[in-house]
Design a protein around this ligand. Structure first.
Ligand SMILES: C[S@@+](CC[C@H](N)C(=O)[O-])C[C@H]1O[C@@H](n2cnc3c(N)ncnc32)[C@H](O)[C@@H]1O
Length: 194
């Protein structure tokens, strides 16, 4: 199984009461945009689902999918997750699948996610987590093998970066062993309400 597949939440994983993407009547920012219909439905008719991606090709695909799904409340933004083109406090939920793992400066990405969330907002992402104790060569070999991870963090490092960004209520659930000391994981956290 590719790490990317393993980290992709199943429908049941992505729609539990604890999972941010299942909220309704909320605006969501999400960092992957080729499958917008689910998020657009979950935010309800008065919400907006933003899809953010750095690739024009992906945005073209996403827009086509949104049109096919008649997701009129989906908006697409060209940009980077370490510099999200949205104002502070503008969304209720940030979700992402296998994108943060590609970023080399994860602290900055998590700070950006925190910035764009409203107080009380939630983050729920699938990502790649490294086992503690891998030496740099082992990490590099595992990264190269799965092809979709740049400097993956351990769960402890991830928790520390989320905490440093201001998040609370942090949970990291390993969902699949992708081999060579890497795991797919669901990472959830909240921005304090006040
Ligand atoms: C592995 S794919 C994501 C797969 C997708 N999330 C899914 O669920 O099927 C990675 C995507 O992240 C985008 N991407 C990579 N780095 C990015 C960044 N720094 N900012 C925004 N998008 C990025 C790529 O353009 C690509 O569309």
């Amino acid at each position: 199984m590719r790490a990317w597949d393993a980290a992709t939440p199943s429908p049941s994983q992505s729609c539990t009461p604890e999972n941010p993407c299942s909220t309704s009547d909320q605006a969501a920012a999400w960092t992957f945009s080729c499958r917008p219909a689910g998020s657009a439905r979950r935010v309800g008719p008065t919400g907006i689902a933003y899809g953010l991606d750095a690739s024009d090709d992906m945005l073209t695909l996403a827009r086509a999918n949104a049109a096919q799904a008649r997701a009129d409340n989906a908006r697409f933004l060209h940009g980077h997750i370490d510099d999200i083109p949205l104002p502070a406090g503008s969304v209720d939920v940030v979700i992402s699948n296998c994108v943060i793992d590609l970023a080399t400066d994860k602290a900055r990405v998590l700070s950006e996610a925190f910035r764009v969330l409203r107080p009380g907002g939630r983050l729920g992402v699938s990502d790649i987590i490294a086992e503690p104790g891998l030496d740099p060569d082992e990490r590099a070999a595992a990264e190269q093998r799965i092809g979709c991870a740049a400097s993956p963090l351990t769960a402890e490092e991830y928790r520390r970066e989320l905490h440093a960004a201001g998040f609370t209520g942090i949970t990291i659930t390993l969902t699949a062993d992708t081999g060579d000391g890497l795991h797919a994981a669901i990472v959830q956290a909240a921005k304090p309400a006040s």
